[in-house]
Design a binder for this molecule. Sequence first.
Ligand code: LFR
Length: 490
Amino acid sequence: MSSILAYDLGASSGRALLGRLTDRKIEVEELHRFGNDPVQVGDRLQWDILRLFHELKQGLLKAKHQGIKLQSLAIDSWAVDYGFIGKNGELLGNPYHYRDHHTDGVMERVLGHIPATEIFGRTGIQFLPFNTIYQLAALKEADSPLLREADRFLMIPDLLRYFLTGEMHNEFSNATSTQLYNPLESRWDPELLRLLGLSSSWFGDVVQPGTKVGQLRSSVTDELGISSVPVYAVAEHDTGSAVVAVPALDRSFAYLSCGTWSLMGTEVDQPVINELAQELNFTNEGGAYGTYRLLKNIMGLWILQESRREWERAGMTYSFPELVKLAEQASSFSAFIDPDDPLFLHPGDMPAKVQQYCRLSGQQVPDSPGAIARCILESLALKYRFVLELTERLSGKQFNGLHMVGGGIHNTLLCQWSSNAIGKPVWAGPAEGSAIGNLVVQWIAQGELSDIWEARKVISDSFPVTIYEPEQFEAWEDAYGTFRRVTGLA
Ligand code: LFR
């Protein structure tokens, strides 16, 4: 039986997932799971990129040992990170991780000499301090030798694809996330590159999701003793793939891709680049089949994941289900944070940061893991309501519920609280959003599915959606008022 492979590299792990399509039903099986921890060396937080390439090959070996014939493969991962290739075709250095501190203060300095309206008008991308544009500006400021040696710029999935195939291509969805790509002119923005002193020759032609971009090269097939496999570009920005997998039946839907980040918005046919979008700091990330994601980043479960890591370091190990249980037992609506306060962006003693936020905003300070977990989860749900209202205002659409996809939906308490906070149903599923979006774009490219709408129908028939109906609306309505007051979210 032939299968296709989706590599999905997330913050908590990387996975190789096998997809099979039989009688219009998708089956997904995890073939290989591996760590994707960044590595701190001195002051710099970096990708362990060669180890990841090793793990991609391990996935291929496992397929071989199980007698699986692979029809194709593709890779998706988080956005904004990249590597440079030198003139000899080799990777220069280790890619930096976007949570590294090298971009601290850089966005502000760039905006001091290139007006925000200019950058937003040319790219339609939200201002996040770790966007590739500011990572590259940080290298410029530091006079990094990388810039003198660089020949080509590749985003992480482009780079791993290059290692697999020997071919260099820049994929569209990830290209837009750099804040250097102009979607109105369908090219890397020459003026921004010029203003930043970045060489346009580093940036190659941009390929659309669904393009076949090579075959496994002989060094890989010889090493593993396998036959070559076609390699595709998909929506290689994981959020792009996750939104492809939303089981909606028409375009006026709101989604929340829920994982380490929470990405909330709606799908549009054209980027929405206007004053209000810039003021609300919404983004227009490129997707598959000419779609754009009009969305906003919300800090997401990262705050809880990092808290858990901190407690573990202190010798208190909790599983996620245990933390959710403790949160459920803690008292409700005692204190709130704005999850998007810059305080929470970088790694480092997250429980103390949550407490600091509550103390400085004059609230009761949560003093146990359960109380801290509750504060984080309630605040996330309330922030979802805030951003959903902004999405409606900006898009002019009215949503009668919210699609949640991604691993975060295993947290059923968060799904229920999200429904309570927005006062509308939440439709949760599928959990493997990014990998499924990655798979269906490969199937569409191969003619196994006709288009994204057929794919979404097949996804909705293949994976059950859990429906959460709003409860305790009055109490959540009151809490929303308090949340907005203490966080200053007008
Ligand atoms: C989610 C995600 C977001 C992006 C952030 C950093 O995994 O890709 O869409 O803003 O990670 O790249």
